[in-house]
Design a protein around this ligand. Structure first.
Ligand code: FPP
Length: 249
C-alpha cells in the first residue's frame, strides 16, 4: 500500500470516529451501463465488484455493520429479464464469495421478504447465512425484496398478535417493542447512510432506523464507487456534529 493510501486509512480510523454502522443505497448501475451503451445487467455485474471493494474497505476501516440495499420490493416490478439477471447475480455472488467472506470473518445476513425468492436463490441465501453465522469481524446485511413500510407493518402486526393473545398489554407497546420486531432487531441503527449517483431520496429504506443517521450523497455511480469513495464518505462523517435533537456539548 502506498504512503498516501496508508495516510488516508489512518485519518479514516481516527480514534472514536469510525461509524459503527454504514448503510448504502447502491444506485446508478443502469446509468453507468447506458453511458457505455451496454445492457443494464452489465451495470449490475460491475456493481457487484463495488460490493466486494466496499466490504473489504469496511473491514480495513473497522466498521462493524455494513448494510446494502440490493433489491427492493418495488424492484420486482422491473422487466422480467432484469429481475432474473439480478437474481442470477445474487446467486453467483454467494457462490463465488461465500468462502472468502467466511475466511475474512464476515457474517452475512439477508433481510427482507425472503419467501418471495425462488427455491435456488433461497437455498443459496440460507446456506451462506448458516455458513457465516458464527463470524464477528463484520456483519454484512444484504437487503433483498425489502421495503421499510412493509417491515414496520409486519412489526405492528406481530405486536397486535401478541396483544390479542394476552402476551403483552397496549401499555407495553413502546419504541423498543417495535425495534425488536424489525428485521434489524439487535443491530445498532446506522450512523451513516450513503446514497450514490446523486439522488437525494431514502426510497423506502430503513425508515425507522435512519431517524438520526447522517446522510452522505455521492455523485459517483455505484459501479465506480470503491474504497476511496467509502473513505471520503467516512471523512465527511467525521466533520458532522451529531446532536440527536439535543444541543452541542
Ligand atoms: C440500482 O441501480 C441498483 C440495483 C437495483 C441493484 C443493486 C445490485 C447490485 C449492486 C449488484 C448485486 C449485488 C449483490 C449483493 C449480489 P439502478 O438499476 O436503479 O440504476 P439507475 O438508477 O441508474 O437505473
Amino acid at each position: 500500500m502506498s504512503a498516501a493510501a496508508d495516510d488516508l486509512l489512518a485519518r479514516v480510523k481516527a480514534p472514536g470516529a469510525v461509524p459503527r454502522h454504514v448503510a448504502i443505497i447502491m444506485d446508478g448501475n443502469g446509468r453507468w451501463a447506458r453511458e457505455r451503451m451496454l445492457p443494464r445487467p452489465i451495470g449490475h455485474r460491475n456493481g457487484m465488484k463495488s460490493v466486494r471493494a466496499v466490504v473489504e474497505a469496511s473491514i480495513e476501516a473497522g466498521v462493524e455493520v455494513l448494510s446494502l440495499f440490493a433489491f427492493s420490493q418495488e424492484n420486482w416490478q422491473r422487466p422480467a429479464g432484469e429481475v432474473s439477471a439480478l437474481m442470477s447475480l445474487l446467486e453467483e455472488y454467494i457462490q463465488t464469495e461465500a468462502n472468502e467472506l467466511d475466511e475474512k470473518g464476515v457474517r452475512v445476513v439477508f433481510l427482507g421478504d425472503l419467501d418471495r425468492l425462488a427455491e435456488r436463490q433461497r437455498a443459496a441465501v440460507d446456506g451462506v447465512m448458516a455458513q457465516t453465522a458464527h463470524n464477528g469481524t463484520l456483519v454484512l446485511n444484504l437487503f433483498i425484496s425489502y421495503g421499510a413500510r412493509a417491515e414496520i407493518t409486519r412489526a405492528v402486526r406481530l405486536i397486535a398478535e401478541d396483544v390479542a393473545a394476552g402476551r403483552m398489554t397496549p401499555a407495553q407497546v413502546d419504541e423498543a417493542a417495535i425495534a425488536g420486531r424489525l428485521f434489524t432487531a439487535g443491530c445498532p441503527d446506522p450512523d451513516l447512510l450513503i446514497r450514490t449517483s446523486g439522488e437525494m431520496r431514502i426510497s423506502n429504506f430503513l425508515l425507522w432506523q435512519l431517524a438520526y443517521t447522517e446522510l452522505h450523497i455521492s455523485p459517483v455511480l455505484w459501479p465506480d464507487f470503491g474504497r476511496r469513495e467509502l473513505f471520503d464518505a467516512i471523512l465527511d462523517f467525521h466533520s458532522r456534529d451529531r446532536r440527536f435533537g439535543r444541543v452541542s456539548a
